[in-house]
Design a binder for this molecule. Structure first.
Ligand code: NAD
Ligand code: IPM
Ligand code: MN
Length: 356
């Protein structure tokens, strides 16, 4: 049986790192005798240029018919002054909504070899291993209304959630905690926001269903501080869309680089989409120096969650670790070893490690 994978390269380094993931999957297919069938569709800025919309219908249809989707990244200065509906980011939000990808899982686990690559003290980050469960299809990103008023002189954005939307992400987080170290931190702003009050009530209601999981509530400002002062206190963090966006980029500092952070965007049932947490990195796009590891580890998450290929996913993760342990690193990672490599070289090293 062939596994149909839709590639959405997108813009900037998105289009560079996605081919790294494809090479790695082809190595997996050789090594483990699996069959992957790839097709590629436009999203984001390139879709605006080619089709006049950041999310063409044919892209949505292809994703719905796929077994899994890999996405690079969207956006760039070329489209920054476009009207809202013609921004690349609209394409990304649109595909998340169209596939009902409500749960974004962002694991943050540093590799031992990269401890020195973080600006944080090694004794603080040593042993940190956490999972951010970010709500992905609600909150401020999708609030209605969201508009200018008074001839552009006032503005409204809306933060809205239904009980059902909160319940399903909280369930996902509890279930994730049960598979890990059984501690859940719910992050909110319940001292101010009505949406956070309902969020906190639902966490309190749900915890009886998961008696093996310990629960704490932390306000988002304090959580931002604790993430980098006491990261080992966390196991699973669950939070609403925008808090999760901000905290995950912050948490990437534990790993040494935003270029290390993979993610899985999952639906209740239906196709999963796998995307690095980073963006299109216009500052380094076109130079061939992007770190492909976040994208490659996202492909490993795809094998695990969408295809139940645990050994194959593990082979990718082990190979990444193996190459890092040899001292190889891309330019975003500080290193003393001096084995600086570019995107293609890093990918080839990981492919070689898989095939060995
Ligand atoms: P960014 O994540 O693109 O880059 C932030 C910084 O991290 C930059 O200095 C960049 O060079 C570095 N970086 C990120 N990924 C890297 C990698 N793999 N290897 C090496 N260095 C890496 O965030 P930004 O600069 O704020 O946003 C740029 C564009 O990307 C914007 O248009 C934004 O909307 C978009 N964006 C898209 C996504 C997505 O598609 N999922 C996510 C975030 C930002
Ligand atoms: C991410 C990105 C997106 C988000 C943007 C590009 C819409 O920052 O995937 O983290 O905020 O969700
Ligand atoms: Mn983000």
């Amino acid at each position: 049986m062939s596994n149909k994978i839709v590639l959405l390269p997108g813009d900037g380094i998105g289009a560079e790192v996605i081919y790294a993931a494809k090479d790695v999957l082809e190595a997996i297919s050789k090594k483990f005798n699996k069959s992957f069938e790839f097709s590629s569709f436009d999203i984001g800025g390139i879709a605006i240029d080619n089709h006049g919309t950041p999310l063409p219908d044919e892209t949505v249809t292809a994703c719905k018919e796929a077994d899994a989707v890999l996405l690079g990244a969207v956006g760039g200065p070329k489209w920054d002054n476009n009207p809202s509906e013609l921004r690349p980011e609209r394409g990304l939000l649109g595909i998340r909504k169209a596939l009902d990808l409500y749960a974004n899982l962002r694991p943050v686990k540093g590799f031992e070899k990269l401890l020195h690559a973080s600006p944080l003290r090694q004794d603080i980050i040593q042993g940190s291993d956490l999972l951010i469960v970010r709500e992905l299809t609600g909150g401020l990103y999708f609030g209605e209304p969201s508009e200018r008023r008074d001839n552009g002189n006032s503005v409204v954005d809306t933060l809205s959630y239904t009980r059902k939307e909160i319940e399903r992400i909280i369930d996902k987080a509890f279930q994730s905690a049960q598979l890990r170290n059984k501690h859940l931190t719910s992050v909110d702003k319940a001292n101010v926001l009505e949406s956070s009050k309902l969020w906190r009530e639902i966490v309190e209601e749900k915890k009886a269903q998961y008696p093996d999981v310990t629960v704490e509530h932390v306000l988002v400002d304090a959580a931002a501080m604790k993430l980098i002062t006491n990261p080992t206190d966390f196991d699973v963090i669950v939070t609403e869309n925008m808090f999760g966006d901000i905290l995950s980029d912050e948490a990437s500092v534990l790993t040494g680089s935003l270029g290390m952070l993979p993610s899985a965007s999952l639906a209740e049932d239906g196709v999963g989409l796998y995307e690095p947490a980073h963006g299109s990195a216009p500052d380094i796009a076109g130079k061939g120096i992007a770190n492909p590891i976040a994208m490659i580890l996202s492909a490993a998450m795809m094998l695990r969650y969408s295809f139940d290929m645990n050994d194959e996913a593990q082979a990718i993760e082990d190979s990444v670790e193996n190459v890092l342990n040899q001292g190889y690193h891309t330019a975003d990672l500080k290193s003393n070893d001096g084995k600086l490599v570019n995107t293609t070289e890093m990918t080839e090293l990981i492919v070689k490690a898989i095939l060995n």
